[in-house]
Design a binder for this molecule. Sequence first.
Ligand code: ADP
Length: 468
Amino acid sequence: MKIIHVAAEFAPIATVGGLGQVVTGLSREVQKKGHEVEIFLPFYRWLEKRTEIKEEGTNLFSTVVEGCKIYLVDSPRHFDREHIYGYKDDVPRFLAFSRKTLDILHRQNNSFDLLHLHDWHTSICAALYRGKSLLTIHNMQYQGKCAIKDLDAIGMDGKAFLASDKMQDDNPFFKKSINLLKAGITFANAITTVSPTYAHEILTPKEAYGLQKTINRYKKKLYGILNGIDADLWNPKTDRTLVRNFSHEEKIEDVHIARKENKRSLQKETGLSEKDLPLFAFIGRLVPQKGLELILNAAHFLLKEKAQFLLLGSSPDKKTQTQFEKFYDKHKESSQIYFHFEYDDSLSRKIYSATDFLLVPSRFEPCGLTQLIALKYGAIPIVRKTGGLADTVFDADDPIPEDRRNGYVFGPYKRKAMDEVLGRALDNYHNDPDKISNLIENGMKKDFSWEASAEQYHKLYERLYRSP
Ligand code: ADP
């Protein structure tokens, strides 16, 4: 089959969080299964164009990244900017991109079999395209709400879509609003989301963010398929940023030695005291979803213990950033904590390869990649039991087969619950090194690569292809 992805992100050239990595990892693996894959992206300012293709009215460039053929759709008014998101006109920007992409595909006689759409940014394509489409929901919280006139602006009859069985927002207070994610849910032939647990959670009012009526209506075409991580891009054996490489094929003692060396070097680089203390870390966007209160709570808790804490995360919100900066300024003299507020891929890799524990106390987490990378790099995840975290991390003391235990898990979004697991992790670290070694081994051995997940996408693609 020939599959066209239409997306806002593609790693590593245009990425903010998990979405970009998922589009890349999935595309590469599906190609290995013999499908032809092409990706349509906005032509962001920082991208390099390789070949220019003459298109009526639109400049189109093509390039190859990570072995995938990419088409870059030019619209300087919308995408000649510094960032991918965060502008007042984000909705019109991605509506324009979606419209232009479909026009181009149409002029090329739509010579493909399936349109694979991602999140609200490109959901509108499901309503505009007459052929088969699949929508992947990476995060239900972001829905792309707008007005009739925004649809009019891309040549649609906006008013005709303001109906409860079309794109009208489900919230009775926003009867005049168009909801773009709803367009995708309603009109796509199938919907996937990024973990089995999240597929159940988004049917509930709490996680559906107002779209529970619509998503329940279409739950027959909803599938939960766990994200993978790209085995070539995330591999402690070959990762060039690490001081010492290591792998699950080595003896656990050698893994410990290599990780300790990485830890020393990271301590040196970040100004943490070079002591043999348990190291905890957080890597991710500093947004409410990620459990901001619990992250700071953990920092407080660990400052009181003989432990170190490292945070790598940027915030789109000034207030949050200031709150974390203030906390850091107050405590940085202790040489026990280090906070870095940028997006820094190479620092993230050094942290994964060195930290003893990685915290993921999310309020909700569709899939989560950081815990998967942590497992691969021998860092023990400490997570809240939600979404993809519940599907991938299993507690050290759970009554399950021992070889499945790979981390620490707490349930309620409460300080007390998190303090309990932090305490347990610290206790095991100091008093039960064999248990810790087992958790690390189990995590590193488990295969979370794209292969298994891409097989499920492959089956779904085939089913859609054959369906009338
Ligand atoms: P989300 O998609 O909600 O942002 P995920 O856990 O699915 O969260 O994916 C986050 C990805 O982005 C991970 O690969 C993580 O390593 C990376 N990441 C997040 N913040 C940073 C940062 N400040 N520097 C480097 N990498 C980061």
